[in-house]
Design a binder for this molecule. Structure first.
Ligand SMILES: C[S@@+](CC[C@H](N)C(=O)[O-])C[C@H]1O[C@@H](n2cnc3c(N)ncnc32)[C@H](O)[C@@H]1O
Length: 302
């Protein structure tokens, strides 16, 4: 099946400036207690979900679904927050990259995928529907609800033979997967929750599970709209901001070689594709020209 390139949400420049200004005001001038009070009485499903399980997969699904807002606040958190817009853009990039990979990989080649911090992996199921299989997917998530939801959806789509859901921490899950190797590994929506040390350990373990030519899909997190401090003060979420260069170095230091970096329109999630390095990891990270905000640009390719 043909795979169409992603159509991103690209707020025009005046809106990007106002989003940045609002982000600055929210971070520097509005008391947390006031924002918390406002949120406690909000009927927005996204706000309510964030209060119960901040940064969890259900909140992400609400953002992806992007249903008609129920109120002004609901509109703001769904469609006015740069992080929500960029989460949808990131998902579009991921589904497109996955579908394209599935289409181009020769039929005789193995199609083993490891999806870490997968949530219910609805994005992976969506890509699987665009191309003939069979695929062999291992999806790992800490949250039991994500596993249940994913299994239900896989069964409904008749894909349950091709995807196994594993409940647990990614680090212990890797040990349980034995010496299985993968042709594609995703850390989408997970890397920003791990410290450099945790990520380095994980990438080192992953290098043992990467088949030759394996595609690793991950991303950096650049706090271009002052979201990190709000998430931390309001919900106690610890996000680890990391530039594309920083993330590339972590990859290069753990046996991977960065192939491509693509900025999402608001520059929050530079998307990174890497592959196992043929030589021991001695290469330096590519110099990344900061992407012009508001454009999706192909920053570097080797
Ligand atoms: C922001 S959601 C992203 C879900 C999905 N990858 C996406 O992009 O929509 C982060 C997911 O990572 C899971 N997670 C966080 N830390 C984890 C860990 N150490 N091991 C396994 N899963 C983890 C959470 O349970 C959650 O479902």
């Amino acid at each position: 099946m043909t795979v169409s390139p992603p159509v991103y949400e690209r707020p025009p420049l005046p809106r990007r400036i106002s989003m940045r200004t609002i982000g600055w005001i929210r971070t520097n001038l509005v008391p947390v207690s006031m924002m918390k009070r406002r949120m406690s009485s909000s009927t927005s499903p996204l706000i309510q979900e964030f209060r119960q399980n901040p940064g969890g997969w259900r909140a992400m699904e609400i953002i992806y679904e992007n249903a008609r807002p129920k109120s002004l606040w609901d509109w703001y958190v769904l469609r006015g927050l740069p992080l929500s817009i960029e989460a949808r853009n990131r998902r579009r990039f991921f589904v497109y990259t996955l579908s394209t990979w599935m289409k181009t990989i020769p039929e005789s080649s193995p199609r083993r995928m490891l999806i870490l911090g997968s949530g219910p992996a609805l994005d992976v199921l969506e890509a699987m529907q665009t191309q003939p299989g069979p695929f062999d997917v291992d999806a790992v998530d800490l949250d039991d609800g994500a596993i249940v939801r994913g299994r239900e959806e896989a069964t409904r789509l008749k894909l349950s033979e091709q995807i196994a859901y594993h409940h647990g921490d990614v680090r212990s899950a890797l040990r349980n997967l034995g010496d299985k190797t993968y042709n594609l590994i995703s850390l989408i929506g997970l890397a920003e929750y791990l410290s450099d040390e945790e990520l380095t350990d994980l990438l080192q373990e992953l290098s043992e599970h990467a088949a030759p030519g394996c595609k690793v899909i991950t991303h950096a997190y650049e706090d271009t709209f002052h979201s990190e401090s709000t998430l931390s003060r309001m919900f106690g979420i610890k996000i680890h901001p990391r530039t594309a260069v920083h993330m590339s170095r972590l990859l290069n230091d753990t046996g991977f070689s960065v192939q491509e970096i693509e900025a999402t329109p608001l520059g929050i999630y530079p998307m990174i594709l890497a592959t196992p390095a043929v030589q021991p990891a001695t290469k330096t990270a590519p110099e990344v020209v900061p992407a012009e905000r508001g454009t999706t640009s192909h920053v570097s390719q080797r």
